[in-house]
Design a binder for this molecule. Structure first.
Ligand code: PLP
Length: 450
């Protein structure tokens, strides 16, 4: 019985896998300028991103070398373990073999530093000394704070004000790594000032925080902006997850029938699934399942079309699955994964039938997470819990059919700072919420005309 399948440091992937070289349906549609609605030129992105990342965003090279300096830092926690979930299998009495990849092993506790480290590296290499970003609950902000520190950069994080006040521990992590965390809206930017003038008690939103971080990056020569999901280069950096899994499953003489990940912007799912999507596009029989909340059903109820990346209409317009840039998930939803859009790569793969999507209500999601904690021990993030729920359902389906099934699921992060959500679940304060069709139609009516 092998409980965990480990790779050694020398097995850390040497290259990222770039699915743009293999994407069914041809190249992605070009991102458009938010005002002129014309295709963006690389120059227009250079106020925000370093040249190397802009190149990766559009590259057709299948394999892109991971710089030695990046691998050195990834090696702090990578390769991450792949676990065989024997106790969960037993509890479910399933003939399925369940494997989970543990991305909670990184210092900030999720998959996000796989890209924050690479992004900090390329920015520093091109002479940038400061990074700005936004964060909601604080996972991305803390991952960028960690990476920035290791490359000696200043990091400023605009944190949505309600989270800043209600979730202090992620903020203190950022400060521990030396980053500056500012409640958004703030009086430091024009966008923030304008909002505070109208509403001094504004609770903030991710859209506002993005606008503040972008404004600061555009106005300062020494500063760039960093984004933690959605973009092609972010998914590229995350493919170390799936590449490691392929080697680990080989060691276990197994291959997955189904690969599962939760989706917010699509980066951890892309990370585990894209190397297997390559296999699938080249004839292998493997199902790829993206799991989202019923309260924010981007892939299952959104439309595949051009939309803004943010509420403030400052980011490029991209073709993706979207619920409309004005979409706001209900306050009652505790499980994260709140973004209105989806990575263009994941959206395209769903459209082409390479990836299937499903949505779950939050009570069932937390029930699965508690079962996972009580069998496998790890307490996962509420986001991750969506993937665990799908994994449990796949294992039960295998039992129903009386057939073996190999399930690979990405455990994207730990939930140690999300205990308030677990508490809400235990106290019966979580409600299931199906986002109403007419509200989705309303949000979709404001799509840009391109
Ligand atoms: C941010 C986050 C997610 C959602 O983001 P993706 O880009 O869709 O991966 C999922 N799980 C954890 C633990 C996260 O921190």
């Amino acid at each position: 019985m092998q409980r965990k399948i480990l790779l050694s440091e020398k097995d850390l992937p040497s290259h990222w896998y770039n699915i743009l070289a293999d994407l069914p349906g041809g190249p992605l549609d070009p991102p458009l300028h938010p005002v002129t609605k014309q295709p963006l030129s690389p120059d227009e992105l250079s106020a925000l991103f370093p040249r190397a990342l802009i190149e990766q965003e559009m590259s057709g090279e299948r394999w892109i070398e991971i710089p030695e300096e990046v691998r050195k830092i990834l090696a702090l926690w990578r390769p991450t373990p792949l676990y065989r979930a024997y106790q969960l299998e037993q509890a479910l009495e399933t003939p399925a073999r369940i494997y989970f990849k543990w991305e909670g092993a990184s210092p900030p506790g999720s998959h996000k530093p796989n890209t924050s480290v690479a992004q900090a590296y390329y920015n520093r290499k091109e002479g940038i000394t400061r990074l700005t970003t936004e964060t909601g609950a604080g996972q991305w902000g803390s991952s960028l704070a960690f990476a920035g520190r290791l490359f000696g950069m200043e990091v400023r994080v605009y944190m949505v004000k309600v989270s800043y006040e209600g979730k202090p521990y992620r903020r203190i992590m950022m400060e521990t790594w030396g980053a500056e965390c500012i409640p958004s809206p703030s009086p430091r930017t024009k966008v923030g000032k304008a909002i505070l003038e109208k509403d001094p008690d504004s609770p903030g939103s991710l859209g506002i925080a993005i606008s503040e971080a972008v404004e600061e990056a555009v106005e300062r020569e020494d500063t760039h902006y960093a984004l933690g999901s959605v973009l092609n280069h972010v998914l590229l950096h995350q493919t170390v997850i799936g590449l490691e899994c392929r080697k680990q499953l080989e060691l276990a003489s197994d291959y997955p029938d189904v690969v599962i990940g939760c989706v917010g912007g699509g980066s951890n799912f892309g990370g585990i699934a894209l190397p297997f999507a390559y296999d699938k596009i080249h004839g292998k029989d493997v199902r790829l399942v993206a799991v989202e909340p019923s309260a924010c059903p981007t892939l299952t109820k959104g439309v595949y079309t051009y939309d803004y990346g943010d509420t403030g209409k400052m980011t490029p317009i991209v073709r993706m699955h979207t619920l409309g840039h004005d979409f706001v998930p209900p306050g009652i939803h505790a499980g994260g994964l709140r973004y209105h859009g989806m990575a263009p790569i994941v959206s395209r793969l769903v459209k082409e039938g390479v990836v299937e999507a499903r949505a779950y209500h939050q009570r069932a999601v937390f029930e699965a997470a508690v079962l996972f904690a009580r069998t496998e021990g790890f307490i996962v993030a509420p986001e991750t819990a969506h993937a665990i729920k799908a994994c449990v359902d796949e294992a039960l389906a295998a039992k129903e059919e009386g057939k073996e099934r190999v399930i690979l699921v990405n455990a994207s992060g730990h939930g140690h700072f999300d205990m308030a959500a677990y508490q809400q679940y235990f106290e019966g304060r979580l409600e299931d919420y199906e986002y109403p069709e007419e509200k989705i139609r309303e949000a979709l009516s404001a799509l840009p005309q391109v």
